[in-house]
Every structure is written in C-alpha cells, then in structure tokens.
Design a protein around this ligand. Structure first.
Ligand SMILES: [Zn+2]
Length: 139
C-alpha cells in the first residue's frame, strides 16, 4: 500500500476496524517515511463455491443440498437433524476458509461421512454414559 503523499511503499497499520457491516476492513496507516496518516479500505471478497460432480459438471455449492445428502446417508443412523445442520455449516465454513473454491462431490461426501462418524461416536459415547449412569442409579 503506497503512501498517497510521498509514494513510499512501507506503512504501519495503526488501527483497523470492520466497515460496511464487516464486508470491508478500514485501516488507518502511517507512512514509515513521511509519517503522514492515510486510510485504506480492504474488501473481503466472497467468492462463489463450486461443487464438481462426477460427470464433470459444475454446480454452485448449496448447503441445503449437502444437508439433504447427509440426511439420506444417515437415514439409519442416530444423528439428530440439528447435528446434521451443524455439520453442513461446518463444511461450508471449512470451504470458505480454505483457498480451494472448488470441491468434488466425492470430497463433500467423504467430509460428511468423516464428521457424521465423529458425531455418531460422540452420541454413542453419550448414550453409553447415560446407560452406565442409569445402571449406577439402579444398583
Ligand atoms: Zn509518506
């Protein structure tokens, strides 16, 4: 970020805060050469995420579709819907945080199974804990 007064390239950030409801960041900078202060705005880009299907076609990432797929995959497993919704959100977050903007459907599927497996193990642990607790109560 060049100084608008002297053109020097180095500046230090003295303050930064979100602007426009968090879609951009406003930074106060101080030029390391002339010490004049200026403001810059950095926009956080929200790029679309794309899912590549097995036949090579592309589709924009749709959380509700992922959720539907998960419900189908977990039909016979005791994962509550709220848990599945949380997982779908996590997947979306993961994608947004990674530099990858494209994901293959297989990778989505793997991720779903991975997280669903964790959730299931957690639920199973909870259930057996409750069971043990009940048995303790009974004795
Ligand atoms: Zn300057």
């Amino acid at each position: 970020m060049k100084c608008p007064y002297c053109g020097y390239k180095e500046s230090k950030v003295i303050d930064s805060r979100p602007a426009e409801e968090g879609s951009s960041i406003r930074r106060r900078r101080e030029c390391l050469s002339c010490a004049k202060r200026f403001t810059t705005y950095e926009t956080v880009e929200s790029l679309p995420m794309v899912v590549i299907k097995k036949d090579g076609s592309r589709q924009s990432f749709d959380r509700s579709k992922v959720l539907r797929g998960m419900i189908r995959a977990c039909e016979k497993r005791p994962v509550p819907l709220a848990e599945l919704e949380k997982i779908a959100e996590e997947i979306e977050q993961d994608l947004q945080n990674s530099m990858e903007r494209e994901i293959r459907t297989e990778a989505v599927g793997e991720k779903v199974m991975e997280i669903a497996e964790d959730a299931r193990a957690e639920l199973a642990a909870q259930a057996s804990e409750e069971q043990a607790w009940r048995e303790d109560e009974g004795s």
